[in-house]
Design a protein around this ligand. Sequence first.
Ligand SMILES: Nc1ncnc2c1ncn2[C@@H]1O[C@H](COP(=O)(O)OP(=O)(O)OP(=O)(O)O)[C@@H](O)[C@H]1O
Length: 631
Amino acid sequence: MAEQSGEFVTQATPSPVRPPWRARLANRFGVYANVPRMFRQIWRCSPALTLGGITLRLVQAVQPSLALYVGKLIVDEVIHLGSQSTPPASLLAWSLHGPASRLEGWIALEFMLIILSDLTARATTLVDGLLNERYINDVSLSLMGHAATLDLQQFESSELQDLLERARRQASGRNNLLVQLFNIAEIGLTALTLAAGVMAFAPWMVLLLVLALLPATAGEAHFNAEGYRLLRARTAERREMDYLRHIGSTAEHAKELRLFGLGGFLVGRFRAAAATVMAQNRRLALRRFVWSGVFGAIGSVAYYAVYIVIVWDTVRGRFSVGDLTFLSGSFLRLHTILSRLLMAITQTASQAQYLDDFFAFLDLRPAIAPAATTIPFPSPIRQGIRFEKVGFRYPGTDRWALRNLDLTIGAGETVALVGENGAGKTTIVKLLTRLYEPDEGQITVDGISLSDMDPADLHAHIGVIFQDFVRYSLTAAENIAVGRIEALSDTARIRAAAREGLADGVVGRLPLGYDQPLGKQLARGRELSGGEWQKIAISRAYMRDADLLILDEPTSALDARAEADVFERLRALRQGRAALVISHRFSTVRTADRIVVLEHGRVLETGSHAQLVANGGRYAELFALQAAGYR
Ligand SMILES: Nc1ncnc2c1ncn2[C@@H]1O[C@H](COP(=O)(O)OP(=O)(O)OP(=O)(O)O)[C@@H](O)[C@H]1O
């Protein structure tokens, strides 16, 4: 079987060349182009919650300015009342008789504002939480759904694996972008109302504050972009680390890891990969720390300069004490809020960069798309399947895995493919199931080219079991039903398929029968032997009324009796169906109607077992070798 080319990459990815500053700037603002698309996605999750979140933030946004203004009115009123000649006799008399009623009104309003602020803050947290959860689910579902539409060849490329890994991070770690976007709206509005208040007294103060915060903002934007660049450049190393973590911690690998004593080796590899990533992250974090300190100090100096001017103007009598409390309060808040706003904008831009990967993944289209008009699969097959001068190279390789291949599988015929490792047997199956498209020649069923069929229709008529079939951590019944998942609740069909594939005996010995979870992942899961798993996998192929059955090394783990049983049933069930069997076992191969011997991607000889043995060619040689092993 083929080596997968989508494995992790061990070499360090070279750091990408830094683009010129103009392109970098365009890049930094360009990322916002993703935000409307993301917003639409959020809106689709729940229009009501989205609207609720926005409204709550609008209410929250105006509260600080209102509270400060009411505070100013209270201070002014207190000073006004204090300046009156007759001091009040008691609090009760004072509050009941006239002069304090306005002050009481302001205090009541301030109290209501505080209650409202608390309520809206809690409601916002609730709405954010609910919406966020929906959004995370939605993103994960889009990723899973879209991944299922892509071709195997796309999956086997390491570029796609890198992109998918970054897109997944978007799903798991970047969801707070939504909250940040809402926050920007809220903080922005608060900043506007505060700025309007301060501007009424001295517009230059606001201008100075904005100017003083610009260096810090530019610094943030720069370091966020650097962080993303680093993360992107190190995707391959992070995938390697994930892979090492995975094999170091799963039951599946535990046996070999222990017996070969690979623990130290894996830890060493992980440490080396992590060291590169950590060293770069540390350098960036330190630079960021120093620069943000410098820029922050510039902002604080500007703030204190303005503050001193406000105090001076109050001493001079230009501002009242109420004005002083309002202005110093507003100004302090404006300073904090403007820096938060600018930071939020740059952070959102950096988060939005991750959206690039997410949307780039969603925008990927399968390379093998169904033709505009498709021809249905000819069921039942009457003439047969033909490979005509088929040539194929795996993407990114120069070697022809198959070349000038002519092959026929007649209707109702069982053809066995034999050949040494790497001869191209599994590749033929991948082309026949249209997981890949041939580079040369064509494959037809009753004269109809596979490329004129809808891939889903083609798959519905083929029952295929690969030698590296999947051992699902699902129940026994589900493990068989995956061969035709629409029939998941069709117990009779599952049991019949289990009988044909010899899995009924395996299931019969399980304590929970068909409801028994298999594998080690699930609670109460039972592990099976290699041959038992293979019987479950063979049964999957019988879930379909397939016109063509493809079994790639179906009996490699079966004992001799089970192997004979499998082929006896296959023959009995065939009734006009074609079958393609790949095997290195001659006991399996000799039962086929016709045997095709492959070598270096070409057909070397073909005939029945008796003919090929009589010919004295490669088949006879390999058969004699294996037979000698049994003597
Ligand atoms: N995904 C892939 N990317 C690149 N090359 C591949 C890929 N899969 C297989 N190959 C190469 O194509 C050739 C044919 O592989 P194939 O899996 O068809 O061989 P096979 O006859 O099934 O071998 P085996 O008996 O070992 O299962 C081999 O040289 C293999 O290295």
